[in-house]
Design a binder for this molecule. Structure first.
Ligand code: B12
Ligand code: SF4
Length: 469
């Protein structure tokens, strides 16, 4: 491939972002053949339901594909759809793989195979970011955190073939400068019908709450960025036009969409005018105000995912989840229910403060407050978090395939591992018994949440404590 004289290369830090992008683009255009990238979303090896059935469109890899595709040829493979990663990478120059912890071993396997065939291998996503030294053994380069903030430098090095082992931005770009994701990469995939019809969308990034088990504070620090409202609304309108109807379902991928109440409320006011439906992860810190829940309902919200985590105040304190106030749990639920918003409630077990009573307390809370879709997980110290460093000497294994929040990680101090798992299974089976489902769901609209309960009924019926080992 012809190369340009070195003085035409860009040192991104010396240029404005606009001029460096223009410069790189000219460079790419001048090349006879563009470099060919293979982008891969690997499937995890976990035995649990994580990657089965319909899966959400991977916004992270779509964002990567959108940027890369402006300069290079892109082939997009999502293994979770059943699409096959080739054994022979000769059709590609660069193999780039996204990875969380639960699919890190598969990402490394692909990386090793591509390296052995002399390809440039790039690993990105939360796991390589957290454990870049480990990841470096399976790739040419690791991208730390979001690609957008380091793209010009990475693209420049790919073109010149001078790769660095890690790419880490000195500062994060404002979200307004990020490209609109091009969903065609995912939608034109073979088996794309296995994607959930909910369209992933991003309005904000980061979360300053700082829970000790979460990777977000490590990756993005205390920063909280948001996109201009018009950009978010334009993206919604674009999808409305693309599908030819107003009533499109969006799923916000934000870490904590409500952290800036003014921004959030204005976004909701505008969404109410669009006639869309949406769901999101949300922390409960200001959902105890009835007017917020009212506006959320009016703006088309049909489900909110809330990390209640635990009913034990000591546990909430120990994980530094300052946004959760136990005294507000019931108010938050009732505010949302009054406005027709269903709740996907996340509950974690296995903390040192958990006792056998914790399970009964959680059961009572769920049943009394009619939580529509409770999700139970075992607390999992993810590498790179303060919690991981604290628990490392007690963690039973470092088999990344089992870092899916559905495996037993360490023995809590106030209960044996056997008791933890037997109570964990029993709680799920009780909550998803036919009678309990009827009690929680009676009078609720007949929609996919009923179906999710039915599937959970069948799934939990088969669970044993050994399922979690
Ligand atoms: C929304 C979300 C979900 C959604 C959608 C997930 C999906 N399909 O994308 C749902 C609810 C389905 C979900 C499920 C799960 N999630 Co989740 N989720 C998130 C959340 C809040 C945002 C992810 C997101 O899409 N962000 C927006 C995109 C645009 O940003 P991004 O992912 O950071 O991607 C950028 C960079 O990482 C980088 N990048 C990413 N890949 C690549 C690849 C290359 C080659 C390059 C160069 C760069 C690059 O550039 C991207 C674009 O800016 C994150 C927290 C977080 N901030 O990461 C947790 C998070 C990813 N989830 C987590 C977990 C544990 C899970 C579950 C296991 C929970 C469960 N038990 O069900 C499952 C696993 C599902 C799966 N198969 O992966 C953990 C993972 C921890 C870890 N170390 O692996 C996180 C980090 C939260 C935490 N606890 O810290 N999740
Ligand atoms: S509130 Fe959610 S996103 Fe924020 S630090 Fe805690 S777990 Fe992470």
């Amino acid at each position: 491939m012809p190369t340009l004289p070195s003085d035409s290369l860009i040192t991104p830090l010396e240029c404005t972002s606009d001029s460096s992008e223009r410069h790189i683009h000219q460079f790419a255009v001048q090349q006879k053949s563009k470099k060919r990238w293979l982008l891969i979303q690997p499937v995890s090896n976990t035995s649990m339901m994580v990657d089965s059935g319909t899966v959400s469109m991977p916004l992270n890899l779509i964002m990567v594909a959108t940027l890369v595709g402006k300069l290079f040829d892109v082939t997009f493979i999502d293994e979770r759809l059943g699409n096959k990663v080739p054994d022979d990478f000769s059709g590609f120059d660069i193999v780039a793989v996204t990875s969380r912890t639960l699919n890190a071993s598969r990402a490394y396997q692909i990386g090793d195979a591509a390296l052995a065939q002399g390809k440039i291998v790039i690993l990105g996503g939360v796991h390589p970011t957290m454990l870049h030294e480990e990841a470096t053994a399976h790739c040419t380069s690791v991208v730390y955190g979001e690609i957008e903030s380091i793209w010009e430098e990475l693209a420049n090095d790919v073109m010149t073939g001078k790769m660095q082992s890690i790419y880490r931005a000195k500062e994060l770009k404002p979200m307004g400068s990020m490209v609109h994701p091009d969903f065609n990469y995912a939608l034109s995939s073979k088996n794309a019908k296995k994607y959930s019809s909910r369209i992933p969308l991003l309005a904000t990034k980061g979360c300053p709450v700082g829970c000790n088990f979460c990777t977000t504070p490590t990756v993005y620090g205390k920063s909280y960025r948001y996109r201009e409202l018009d950009l978010v609304l334009d993206e919604m309108r674009y999808h409305q036009q693309r599908v030819g109807k107003k009533n499109v379902n969006f799923s916000f991928m934000d870490d904590n969409i409500s952290f800036r109440p003014k921004y959030f409320m204005t976004l909701l006011e505008e969404m109410a005018k669009l006639g869309v439906h949406w769901n999101a992860n949300i922390s409960m810190n200001f959902l105890d105000k009835p007017e917020v829940a009212e506006l959320a309902g009016r703006s088309g919200c049909d489900l909110l995912s809330i990390g209640f985590e635990s009913l034990n105040p000591e546990t909430i304190k120990s994980v530094q989840k300052g946004s959760n106030r136990l005294g507000s749990y019931e108010t938050v639920v009732s505010n949302l229910h009054k406005n027709g918003i269903a709740i996907q409630g996340y509950f974690m077990f296995g903390f040192d403060n958990d006792t056998e009573e914790s399970f009964q307390l959680t059961y009572d809370f769920i049943m009394k407050n009619k939580i529509e879709f409770p999700v139970f997980s075992l607390v999992t110290p993810f590498p790179g978090t303060p919690y991981f460093d604290e628990m490392k000497p007690r963690i039973r294994h470092f088999n990344w395939d089992k870092y899916d929040t559905y495996h037993y990680m360490f023995e809590p101090s106030k209960m044996s591992g056997e008791k933890l798992l037997s109570n964990f299974v029993k709680l799920q089976q009780e909550v998803y018994k036919g009678r309990a489902i009827m009690q929680r769901m009676k009078g609720k609209p007949l929609n996919w949440i009923w179906l999710a309960n039915y599937m959970m009924n069948r799934f939990t019926g088969r669970l044993t404590p050994e399922s979690y080992l």
